[in-house]
Design a protein around this ligand. Structure first.
Ligand code: SAM
Length: 237
């Protein structure tokens, strides 16, 4: 497998237009990392739920992670460090992100012993062979992507996991109207995250491949329905 972070001869994958235009302030600008790479801030953005959502995602992946694990997109805060703690001696973790600035930031957060593969690549078009990983994690990525990119990202995550492997997703979900955060979140998401309301209006399963090569997602809601955790298992054959 090519790891773009280390394969200098491979030209960098282009930054998708939606990321450069919509999220330059959060991820692309070098100052973004300096502003947002604070545990308390990412926790605040998730209304104090970062640790709970992180741990739920890790638990859905498994207590001890043998074999190979893919984290699709870097995340501010300590998600990857905590994921590393579950990787067994015989295990391996790769993180793919399209922004070199985010992969460099990840490298600074990890201990030199961590041995995490950093891959510069686009989640909607991975330069990774089918069936490479035992499992994959998408943590608050899908709501940031336009529908067509989201559809391809889901197809790619399912393609690169082995038959019987699982894809774990944590992201936004439409809460009950009685949730006191319903209207504040409508304002925040409509202002800052133009694609996020898709996840309020549709089930993630609507963007899954039509080939049915997976078992129907197992979905859990939390924080009054504002967040969802999905586990999708790829069929054996
Ligand atoms: C996982 S999401 C958001 C996570 C969360 N809000 C946080 O605290 O970081 C952010 C990451 O997704 C990456 N990203 C967005 N679109 C991508 C794509 N098409 N391919 C790979 N990475 C992508 C961005 O570069 C950024 O590092």
């Amino acid at each position: 497998m090519k790891t773009r972070a280390s394969a200098l001869a491979v030209p960098p994958v282009a930054v998708p237009a939606y990321l450069a235009q919509t999220y330059w302030w959060a991820y692309v600008h070098p100052r973004a990392v300096r502003v947002f790479e604070r545990q308390w801030l990412v926790n605040l953005i998730l209304w104090g739920n970062f640790n709970r959502l992180r741990d739920a995602a890790l638990q859905a992946l498994g207590e001890r992670l043998a074999g190979s694990t893919l984290q699709v997109a870097c995340v501010y805060g300590d998600l990857t460090q905590k994921l590393c703690e579950r990787i067994g001696a015989d295990g391996r973790l790769d993180v793919v992100d399209v922004l070199p600035v985010q992969l460099d930031n990840l490298a600074r957060k990890l201990s030199p012993q961590a041995q995490v593969g950093r891959i510069q690549g686009d989640s909607s078009c991975l330069d990774i062979a089918a069936g490479t990983y035992d499992r994959a994690l998408l943590f608050f990525l899908l709501h940031e992507q336009p529908a067509e990119v989201r559809r391809r990202t889901l197809a790619e995550a399912l393609r690169v996991v082995k038959p019987g492997g699982r894809v774990v997703i944590v992201d936004y979900h439409r809460p009950a109207p009685s949730n006191p955060l319903y209207w504040p979140m409508v304002g925040i998401l409509r202002t800052l995250e133009p694609y996020a309301m898709d996840l309020w209006e549709h089930e993630i399963s609507e963007w899954l491949p039509a080939d049915g090569g997976f078992l129907l997602p197992d979905k859990t809601l939390s924080f009054g329905g504002l967040y969802q955790l999905l586990t999708i298992t790829k069929r054996q054959s």
